[in-house]
Design a binder for this molecule. Structure first.
Ligand code: NAP
Length: 334
């Protein structure tokens, strides 16, 4: 059989030359394992994350000489596991190879798609479809009438997310590279698709978002992201689905560490929500705090500094470090 191996660590953009195709013996499944024949291999940007020497933190990446692991639709050829029999169709993690050994411990799904195409199992009816749904509904909370911007709109996730946005009654603006892709995105029902590579993109983005956006479904990162977030309406949500522009640039050193920050936030699923405490907390926060103070459950810490002339000193100390505990207040005439 043939398999694809990682030959060299990719740079910012993975290249064909980073991989090699080689002949290899068809592997033998061990106890409780399956030998599967790959029918469809899903091409997913996240695989890039596993190709660095170290991924986020101290997790080692794929060793050189080994096959990347992607998502595949496959047919079971040989089964040493009671739950699977030869001929079963599955979707799951599998090596970039014509045949692979799959461990049912990584939970391959048995497929029953009826008359629908098998390939949907790694697309609309698989992980990308789940991602589009989750990002729009569970994370983005898209509401009717809201404006949603979706990057990589022509991709697996973006193309589904935009259509879900229309089902939800939102106005959906897609971003994709090139006029042909944009026309295809609009044909899927997006209200508008802007070519982010066009020279007049900045102007067209401004014109498309006169009142800004409520949701930015982020698939890309990089400069495009910085351009888009300038149009966020107050309180906008940004489901951070992916950062394809930054996958190869997650250096922990160097002048621009934003890609590293975003990639860490993405990989660790960090929920970032900026807020203005006064407006979000409102009167109910004050009432709750007062009750806790009166009940002795909350003990306000304060540092009182005497003397009007000490305002600048107190202010400076706030930034340079001070020995005060709690709220710093300068007593002037009380
Ligand atoms: N959070 C999750 O669970 C999850 C699940 C699936 C996918 N994702 C992420 O979601 C994003 C989209 O995934 P997908 O499966 O839809 O990918 P896809 O179908 O492979 O589409 C990727 C598209 O991204 C665009 N792109 C690539 N580099 C770009 C750059 N530097 N600037 C702007 N656009 C760029 C390209 O389209 P153009 O030709 O339009 O530039 C490319 O065709 C990726 O970041 C992926 O990692 C996350």
């Amino acid at each position: 059989m043939r398999r694809i191996i990682l030959k060299a660590r990719p740079g910012a953009t993975p290249l064909v030359g980073d991989f090699a195709i080689e002949e290899a013996p068809t592997p033998d499944p061990g106890a409780n394992q399956l030998l599967v024949q790959t029918l469809f291999m899903s091409i997913d940007p996240y695989v890039r994350l596993s190709l660095d020497e170290m991924t986020i933190g101290d997790v080692p990446g794929l060793p050189l000489g080994q096959s990347p692991i992607g998502r595949a639709v496959a047919r079971v050829v040989k089964s040493n596991h009671a739950d699977f029999t030869p001929g079963d169709l599955i979707e799951g993690r599998s090596a970039w190879a014509e045949y692979a050994v799959v461990n049912p411990a990584v939970k391959p799904t048995k497929l029953d798609l009826g008359a629908l195409p098998l390939s949907y199992a790694v697309g609309a009816l698989g992980m990308p479809g789940q991602t589009a749904y989750a990002g729009m509904i569970d994370i983005g909370h898209v509401q009717p009438g809201e404006t949603v911007v979706i990057s990589a709109a022509a991709g697996a996730v973006g193309s589904m997310a935009g259509q879900i946005g229309k089902i939800l009654g939102a106005r959906v603006v897609g971003l994709a590279g090139g006029a042909v892709k944009c026309a295809a995105v609009e044909a899927l029902g997006f209200d508008l698709c802007l070519d982010y590579k066009a020279p007049d993109f900045d102007k067209r983005l401004a014109a498309a978002l006169p009142q800004g956006f409520q949701v930015y479904f982020e698939n890309v990162g990089g400069d495009l992201s910085l351009k888009v977030i300038a149009y966020a309406a107050y309180g906008a949500r940004m489901p951070l689905c992916g950062l394809i522009a930054n996958y190869g640039q997650a250096s922990e050193t160097g002048p621009d560490r934003l890609p590293h920050f975003l990639r860490t936030a993405f990989v660790k699923g960090i929920g970032i929500k900026a807020f203005h405490g006064e407006s979000v907390g409102g009167a109910h926060a004050l009432a709750a705090n007062r009750t806790w103070i009166e009940q002795g459950k909350l003990k306000p810490a304060e540092s009182i500094i005497d003397g009007f002339e000490r305002i600048p000193e107190a202010f400076e100390g706030t930034f340079r470090g001070n020995s005060h505990i709690g709220k710093v207040v300068v007593r002037i005439a009380a």
